[in-house]
Ligand binder design. Sequence first.
Ligand code: ADP
Ligand code: MG
Length: 347
Amino acid sequence: MGGTAEFDLIQRIRQRAATRDDVVLGIGDDAALLLPPPGQQLVVAMDTLNAGVHFPAETAPADIGWKALAVNLSDLAAMGATPAWCTLSLSLPRSDATWVDAFLDGFLGLAQSHGVALVGGDTTRGPLSVSVTVHGFVAPGRALRRDAAQPGDEIWVTGTLGDAAGALAQWRTAAEAAAGDGPADPRKAAPGADGGPATVASTALRHRLDRPMPCLAAGHALAGLAHAAVDISDGLLADLGHVLHASGVGATVELALLPTSAALRTAFADNAARWPLQAAGGDDYELCFTAPPEAHAAVMEALAASHTVGGVIGRIDAAPGLRVLAPDGRAWAPPRAGYEHFGLAAD
Ligand code: ADP
Ligand code: MG
């Protein structure tokens, strides 16, 4: 970005970033100096959010900040790791201190609630884009890998599925409806904007899209207990598919077992409209993991101890392929059009 503007922005970030005892040198030098705990494995993940691709361009800056870190912490959660440090690369169309302050409210708010220190980054001019790297630790042998699912394992998911995709579907419908009548204000035009129950449901769904909660406590409690795990960012079927591929196994999933929020059921009462959101929608940032049936009680305990709701949605099969069963026992596949409509543009 060059010159004073860049320096000022970095100063603002530096003043607000909390530190930790294991940060020897944080923001301000050419690089950070960090002290990993002896005997632990370092776990590193990176994710980028681009305006218009990974979030609607009108998203509030505090929500963008929150989500940019949350999606990264979600990757550490899916490894069973405990986060410690992060770096932040910000590309901004213009040097806007107000925007950066609001962005930091979300980003640092989430960082501080998990004891994560922002230790460095980069600030440049360009289309709005946020890249974050997170670093965490896991004890050797306890990481939850994608390649460790075993035939006979139960398949679990945390939380509820489809809420964020439901919000995105509502937003797109509203944006399309408003397209002919001047500048779109999708929030105002959201279904149920008259203040009735549908509005409450829509607000709850939109919150799930804008403020995903990384399942760090659950991931940590499941490390060394579950076999394989993945976080659900691209949709249950796609992300479970990664586990199946990496593990060389197949699976059967039952739609009737997918956990559903009251808000989603209110907004999408029709199964045919709701199932694609839950099975293929994405942006849930819940965990999908597998564990042997013998560990069922221990998994329930681990989830309860981490204040996380979770349930079984299917099982791992030796035969390859992913079978999705409707409540009547018939095979189900997300409609192709629905898949494209509800999926984000590209990764
Ligand atoms: P350099 O030219 O050596 O890369 P920079 O001016 O890019 O230095 O960065 C100066 C310091 O500020 C570095 O410690 C860097 O990690 C930090 N920094 C720059 N941008 C950010 C940011 N967006 N978030 C956190 N730290 C940042
Ligand atoms: Mg730099």
